[in-house]
Design a protein around this ligand. Structure first.
Ligand SMILES: *Cc1c(COP(=O)(O)O)cnc(C)c1O
Length: 229
């Protein structure tokens, strides 16, 4: 089932890319495994997906341990993503676990990541995204769009943190077209920032990923589209 779902998703990515003249290779599927079993994570690997996202640090830790206890083959090119809110007291664990942290929304948090990263890995740089609150009602987390340029400027002086791009969570709407303005806002915000290259736009989930791709998403975060029948 998961393999079929992934094939269907890839076909939909291809059509969305065709509509706006984009290369489907420029879109990375991040499988969000928060409601998935270890067996399902294994199936996701089998389906050729190399990017796994969790919204909680503890859950990611347990899944990683379980994969190893159960001797499940984890492909070497697997990348681990944190897509949920990060509390300062979980930063140390996070820099050990994640290749990309999508949810940085303050200088304090970025500073803590910088500090912990330099303590644990002498030369390590933690890749992060800035979470932008494009809609007032979505979540309590994220930086307001107006505050993004100055936050990026401040964070870019930290030596062990590398800002790869921006992330947003669009509001839940009945029609994916209604999410388009939020995705467009994120892309336009990215296009305005010139001092730091921001190649990654993490936006779009199971109900709206095609619209997000049309607006420039380079990472789509999919849970239900992959794991539900
Ligand atoms: C759960 C979750 C997703 C995936 O949601 P689906 O609607 O199941 O695709 C994406 N991003 C974040 C931050 C999530 O928490």
């Amino acid at each position: 089932m998961i393999n079929d779902n992934v094939l269907r998703v890839r076909e939909r990515i291809r059509s969305a890319c065709e509509r706006v003249n984009r290369d489907p290779e420029s879109v990375t599927i991040v499988a969000i495994t928060k409601n998935a079993t270890i067996g399902q994570v294994d199936e996701v690997f089998e389906a050729g997906i190399a990017d796994i996202g969790e919204n909680k640090v503890r859950e990611a830790f347990f899944k990683r341990s379980a994969l190893s206890t159960m001797s499940i083959h984890v492909p070497l090119d697997t990348k681990w993503h944190l897509v949920g809110h990060l509390q300062t007291n979980k930063v140390k664990k996070s820099v050990e676990l994640f290749d990309l942290i999508h949810s940085v929304d303050s200088l304090d948090l970025a500073g803590e990541i910088n500090k912990k990263r330099s303590k644990i890995y002498k030369f390590g740089i933690q890749d992060i995204l800035i979470e932008v609150k494009t809609s007032p009602e979505t979540t309590k987390f994220g930086v307001s769009p107006e505050a993004v340029p100055s936050l990026i400027k401040e964070i870019s002086s930290l030596k062990n943190v590398n800002i790869k791009g921006l992330m947003t969570i669009a509001p839940v709407v009945d029609n994916p077209e209604k999410a388009r303005p939020y995705f467009r806002m994120l892309r336009e915000l990215r296009d305005k920032i010139r001092d730091v290259p921001l190649p990654v736009l993490s936006m779009g989930m199971s109900d709206d990923f095609e619209v997000a791709i049309e607006e420039g998403a380079t990472m789509i975060r999919l849970g239900r589209a992959i794991f539900e029948a």
